[in-house]
Design a protein around this ligand. Structure first.
Ligand code: 5GP
Ligand code: 5GP
Length: 239
């Protein structure tokens, strides 16, 4: 009788352990279907009312920069902050820092070295991916290298020169150049012009291959004609 009781309590303990493991595994790291890989145009981040500050490493090159690699679900929802225990550690990405400084700088004020921005992106989004910290940042850098947005746009004669281009021509240039649909997000400059701010590309859940977007972000689109601004300094607060 005693042995039977002992056996059943061991059985229930194991069962509870397996259930909680299954629930936490399914509701956190695996609970997404694909990624949004979001790149931003630094000039458009800066020439808004809020302005910006150059990173401590100096003015970024005139190129798109990474905003984030965000796990997302087919129904448009997304998980975030999936593992409160998994804090960002700079030493985990020491080998990637020069590339991150170039491709994933922070333009917030006051000027910074980017670490706070990377930590935020890791803790909010990276902890929900299937990747460890180093692989997460490496995957984003690899995707940026594969998707040279500025070149693809230049090939279609869409240049950051302050001209206005049709939203359709921008999306078509990206589709033609990279082979996949994208989502273009705008913000407004200090004169209230709609301008090219972010480009979302979709990526499989292993963060390897671009895919056609299963669902596009809702309610954040642009006007029909949008500006592609150059990277002027006057909008920058401090260097
Ligand atoms: P905003 O409201 O400025 O578009 O987005 C604020 C933040 O919410 C983003 O920086 C990002 O962290 C998160 N976010 C916004 N839209 C999405 C989305 O469609 N998917 C995911 N995974 N995160 C998003
Ligand atoms: P998300 O919108 O991804 O949740 O968060 C972006 C956060 O990082 C915001 O709090 C934003 O202020 C901060 N941040 C710091 N530097 C940058 C930058 O260069 N670009 C963007 N988009 N956000 C930045």
């Amino acid at each position: 009788m005693k042995l039977q009781l002992k056996n059943s309590s061991v059985f229930f303990t194991i069962l509870i352990f397996l259930c909680s493991f299954f629930i936490s595994f399914c509701s956190s790291s695996q609970d997404f279907d694909f990624f949004y890989f979001v790149q931003e145009w630094p000039a458009s981040y800066c020439d808004t009312k809020r302005s910006c500050c150059y990173p401590k490493t100096g003015k970024p090159a005139q190129d798109f920069t990474i905003h984030g690699l965000w796990p997302n679900r087919y129904d448009g929802s997304w998980p975030q902050y999936c593992d409160g225990q998994s804090h960002f550690h700079k030493y985990q990405i020491w080998d990637l820092i020069p590339k991150l400084e170039k491709n994933w700088p922070s333009l917030n004020c006051p000027s910074s070295d980017g670490v706070k921005f990377w930590a935020h992106e890791w803790e909010r989004h990276g902890t929900c991916s299937l990747l460890n910290e180093n692989n997460y940042f490496q995957a984003a850098l690899d995707l940026k290298e594969k998707a040279n947005l500025l070149q693809v746009l230049k090939d279609a004669r869409i240049e950051p020169n302050g001209d206005f281009y049709s939203l359709e021509s921008i999306k078509e240039a990206i589709r033609k150049g990279l082979g996949y649909t994208s989502f273009v997000q705008c913000n407004v400059d200090i004169w209230q012009n709609q301008q090219l701010y972010q480009v979302y590309l979709c990526v499989d859940k292993f963060a390897k291959e671009f895919i056609d977007c299963p669902i596009l972000p809702r309610g954040r689109s642009c006007g029909l004609e949008i500006e592609f601004p150059p990277f002027f300094s006057p909008f920058v607060d401090s260097i």
